[in-house]
Design a protein around this ligand. Structure first.
Ligand code: PHE
Length: 502
């Protein structure tokens, strides 16, 4: 008997696990510090900072759509992961060069920032965004390709892989967040870069496990060179987009309309009636995920600054750096994942496992309780302007339980509800939705600060979180009421939801 969970799996799994763990380590380590860096080093106002943060995270999840297509057509997944890892190492190490901190202008109007370092910072962000775009979906594809289609170890493999994601996401804020907020930004960002360097080295050592997997059939030397040249061009476009954050919103809107139009054309012209129902249901549920991420992604933005300003973080006489608390959601995901999967198994044995819509309703219901309880915590605050840490921990716990009810379900829903030939397209649409959610999250976070130049007061947070809680409660009701109504109807009209449909 061995305790090594990888022993029963193809050897490539341990490599994918480690690479994705380090990639998420660097991503979440840097992200834990980002809003502080924007507001305290570059002196952006809360609202400006959130907008840039929202545009950054939105681009991070938009880029895998492009990275996925380039990998499928020209690069193959292995090369794409390698290229992504190199871009990520460059980006994270680029963040180490802070330059002089911004200062208020002497005439009292505006802020003076060093243009060279600000543009260098945007370049680092652009490298990271493009790197994630090449790495994130392709490493998941490699995991999938390690197993024959009906291998029974497949789900277990993905579960391990998801643990890797959250292990990286849990460790990084503890270490990078603490280093960055205690010793200086560059130390925190530097450690994130070292993490990604490990990721790259692990991949280079282990890549023999992936030869022949997910290779593009059209791969030619010219295509390969073209794809490598496309990367710097993409970095340049993203760098530019970061300067026009509002335009990222418009781009998302445009892409969303195009995707919706394409989906309708596919559904009504190229699908059988059964396929059409699945595709349209999938599209509608993807819209729900936008709401989820827009609310959930307060974690790294407004809740992060809230933790710094308005939460009493002293535990046993030691003050925990606020950025380190960003580890909590990932820790809760690791703790709750087995419980939630047991819950589904138990419910399914009793014939009561909710469909996708039910699970999404539950997820948004958990968000609602997370924000309503936090608003309550703020209302009960004793007068020193800080609430007890337990309220924030509770908030993060409920958000993470919600994440587990929605995020993995949304990924598997795509394959289940859409015809096989459109799966790639629908996965792209899902990532576009995650991206739109992240952008909207930045706009929502901006509502916590009253005026453009203000840092939010505790009341500003309370108002927004109360509203989010109520809106989420309304969304939950809209999602769950039809099923509850159907259950309560007299037995004459039996529940007719076929298995597996929401
Ligand atoms: N914690 C997850 C991750 O970093 C969040 C996520 C879910 C991102 C689904 C993209 C898609 O991987």
């Amino acid at each position: 008997m061995t305790l090594n969970p990888f022993r029963q799996h193809p050897p490539g799994l341990a490599t994918c696990f480690a690479v994705e763990m380090w990639e998420r380590f660097s991503y979440y380590g840097m992200r834990a510090l980002l809003i502080y860096y924007l507001t305290q080093h570059f002196l952006f106002s809360d609202r400006e900072g959130y907008l840039l943060y929202g545009a950054y995270t939105a681009l991070v999840y938009m880029m895998p759509v492009i990275g996925g297509v380039i990998a499928d057509r020209w690069l193959g997944a292995r090369q794409a992961v390698q290229l992504g890892a190199i871009l990520l190492v460059l980006g994270h190490f680029g963040m180490v060069f802070e330059g002089p901190a911004a200062s208020p202008a002497t005439n009292g109007e505006g802020v003076v920032r060093d243009a060279l370092y600000l543009n260098g910072f945007f370049l680092s962000l652009a490298l990271i965004i493009t790197g994630v775009g090449f790495l994130k979906t392709n490493i998941s594809n490699l995991v999938g390709a390690l197993y024959p289609p009906h291998d029974r170890r497949r789900d277990a493999g993905f579960t391990l892989f998801y643990m890797g994601i959250n292990l990286g996401a849990a460790l990084a804020p503890l270490l990078c967040g603490w280093l960055g907020q205690t010793y200086g930004w560059g130390y925190g960002f530097g450690l994130a870069g070292i993490g990604m360097l490990f990721g790259l080295l692990v991949f280079l050592r282990g890549q023999r496990h992936f030869r022949g997997l997910c290779e593009s059939p059209a791969r030619t030397r010219r295509g390969l060179v073209g794809a490598y040249l496309a990367a710097p061009a993409l970095v340049a476009v993203v760098w530019l987009a970061l300067h026009y954050q509002q335009a990222v919103g418009q781009l998302l809107g445009g892409a969303g309309l195009l995707a919706a139009g394409a989906l309708l054309v596919l559904a009504f012209r190229y699908c059988t009636p059964d396929e059409r129902r699945g595709l349209l249901t999938c599209g509608a549920l993807i819209l729900v995920t936008i709401v989820f991420w827009a609310f959930y992604e307060q974690v790294g933005s407004s809740l992060n600054l809230f933790a710094d300003r308005s939460v009493d973080r002293v535990v046993f006489g030691v003050e925990i750096p606020a950025a380190s608390l960003q580890a909590l959601p990932a820790i809760f995901v690791i703790l709750f994942a087995p419980l939630i999967s047991q819950l589904w198994l138990g419910l399914s044995a009793a014939g009561r496992e909710p469909g996708t819509r039910g699970k999404f309703g539950l997820a948004i219901g958990l968000l609602s309780s997370a924000f309503l309880l936090l608003a309550l915590g703020i209302a009960l605050e004793g007068g020193d302007g800080r609430i007890a840490l337990a309220w924030l921990v509770l908030n993060f716990a409920l958000l993470s339980a919600g994440e587990l009810c929605l995020s993995p379900v949304s990924l598997s829903m795509v394959g289940r509800l859409s015809p096989l030939r459109y799966c790639g397209f629908m996965m792209g649409v899902l990532f576009l939705a995650i991206s739109a959610g992240n952008f909207t999250a930045g706009l929502i976070a901006g509502l916590t600060s009253q005026g453009a130049g203000d840092a939010a007061s505790i009341d500003g947070y309370a108002t927004v979180y109360l509203q989010l809680g109520l809106l989420a409660a309304g969304t939950t009701a809209a999602l769950l009421l039809p099923s509850i109504y159907r259950r309560l109807r007299p037995a004459a009209a039996p529940a007719q939801t076929p298995e597996g449909t929401p």
